[in-house]
Design a protein around this ligand. Structure first.
Ligand code: ARG
Length: 461
């Protein structure tokens, strides 16, 4: 039989394959709350401008309440033959209240309806991800405060570079997440316009009040161009872009946690709650949550690339291709939310092996730059010359298989006669980090002040 919602001009129903490729209820039922919310706002507006009678509006409003209760209780029969969430709810409404239900779709199309529902959904998703990102920042900042003066090796090229503090390293991720939240907030600002009233693509001849529906749904204003409003999905792409960058940050932290947990590093021990064992090797404690975070964040990037690819060839206005916008956004949101939760759990629980970090912080001639800086500061050597003298001292130490601080004063003076015993203080990792007091540097005093500043900023939010 022909479709009850749009089958007027059809003699026959769709083939089974047509139904299968067309149906979206399996995933877009996730929009049910937004769809009911949008319908409530639309019906109230139709009543206010006199398109619906008071009686019809009351029937629609209580019918929508009843449907909401049915779905909430798991008693709603989602019908694949009705294609999507919009027609499932509308058909059920007419089934419950008759004639009035069939008046709800006046001055509305599924095209502006789905664009509205989806914006509402993405807006909620942004708020959820933002709250999780803030929670992770709090966890990172409080661990940073705890480890503000614990020294670890800092790397460039994954080669020992200069000592830093573990707290400073953790706060680097707080900065990244702060920018991620800023990008999400930007996306939210731009998406917060209401497409409802754009109808199929051209607007409507009915005397609707778009400002009323926009404000009832918490939008800042109605969208300005009906063609754009039903055919743009850049709000979803912008969300996925911001989410992809956030996910990339989580993946980098996961990668570092995995490295830190390996025996040769041994910087970190994850809690039992965030570790798994091996079915063959009894000694193993595997950082699976970090590995899966590293892997699952790829889904977010995949969603972004997938949806960009769907959209890039579409002429204006709506095309059914756009029904494929939802699954990637839902999947990316689930993946990001789970990865944020797992990362937060690992960060809160992890045990920092500060003795091990400290031991490795001094290896690899990590304070060579401090020695060169001393030659500049105290002996007034030009930096280039100081770099050369220090390089020769590193060469000597390396040839003997010892650290810089194991060279005797005489050996030091052989490379530059002005060097005094003061140099041995300069070569300690504690002195090295304490000296990095420039704004944004790793000095423990800086790090604890920054951690405290973040904690109080995050407490206010
Ligand atoms: N299920 C559709 C989607 O998600 C709703 C809009 C359908 N509009 C249409 N004219 N067929 O995109």
């Amino acid at each position: 039989a022909a479709n009850a919602q749009w089958g007027g001009r059809f003699a026959a129903g769709p083939s089974a394959i047509m139904q299968e490729i067309n149906v979206s209820i399996g995933f877009d039922k996730a929009l049910w709350r937004q769809d009911i919310r949008g319908s409530r706002a639309h019906a109230a507006m139709l009543r206010t401008v006199g398109i619906l009678t008071e009686a019809d509006h009351e029937a629609i409003a209580s019918g929508l309440d009843a449907i909401e209760a049915e779905i909430e209780a798991g008693r709603f029969a989602f019908e694949p033959a009705l294609e999507d969430i919009h027609m499932n709810i509308e058909a059920r409404l007419s089934e419950r209240i008759g004639e009035a239900g069939k008046r709800l779709h006046t001055a509305r199309s599924r095209n502006d309806q789905v664009a509205t529902d989806f914006r509402l959904w993405v807006r909620d998703a942004i708020d959820g991800i933002d709250a999780q990102a803030a929670a992770l920042m709090r966890s990172l900042a409080s661990r940073a405060l705890q480890h503000a003066s614990d020294v670890m090796p800092g790397f460039t090229h994954l080669q020992t570079a200069q000592p830093v503090t573990f707290g400073h390293h953790l706060l680097a991720y707080v900065e990244m997440l702060h920018r991620d939240r800023g990008r999400l907030a930007d996306a939210r600002r731009r998406l917060n316009e209401c497409p409802l009233g754009s109808a199929a693509l051209a607007g409507t001849s009915f005397p609707i009040d778009r400002r009323m529906t926009a404000s009832a749904l918490g939008f800042d204003r109605p969208t300005r161009n009906s063609l754009d409003a039903v055919s743009d999905r850049d709000f979803a792409l912008e969300y996925l872009s911001a989410l992809s960058i956030l996910a990339m940050h989580l993946s980098r932290l996961a990668e570092e946690i995995i490295t830190w947990c390996s025996a040769p590093f041994g910087f970190v021990r994850l809690s039992d709650a965030f570790t798994t064992g091996s079915s063959i090797m009894p000694q193993k404690r595997n950082p699976d949550a970090a590995e899966l975070t590293r892997a699952k964040t790829g889904r977010v990037t995949g969603a972004l690339v997938g949806l960009l690819t769907v959209m890039k060839g579409l002429p204006l206005a709506y095309a059914k291709d756009m029904q494929e916008d939802k699954e990637p956004v839902f999947a990316a949101t689930d993946a990001a939310a789970l990865c944020l939760a797992a990362t937060d759990g690992m960060v809160r629980d992890l045990e920092a092996r500060t003795d091990r970090m400290r031991a490795l912080a001094g290896s690899g001639f990590s304070t060579a730059t401090d020695l060169a800086d001393w030659l500049v500061r105290v002996l007034k050597l030009p930096f280039r010359d100081a770099h050369h003298v220090t390089g020769r001292l590193v060469g000597r130490a390396e040839a003997r298989g010892v650290a810089l601080s194991d060279l005797s004063l005489e050996e030091m003076q052989a490379e530059h006669p002005g060097i005094t015993a003061e140099i041995f203080d300069v070569l300690t990792v504690e002195n090295s980090v304490a000296s990095r007091t420039s704004e944004g540097g790793t000095a423990p005093a800086n790090v604890s002040a920054e951690a405290r500043r973040w904690l109080s900023e995050l407490a206010e939010a």
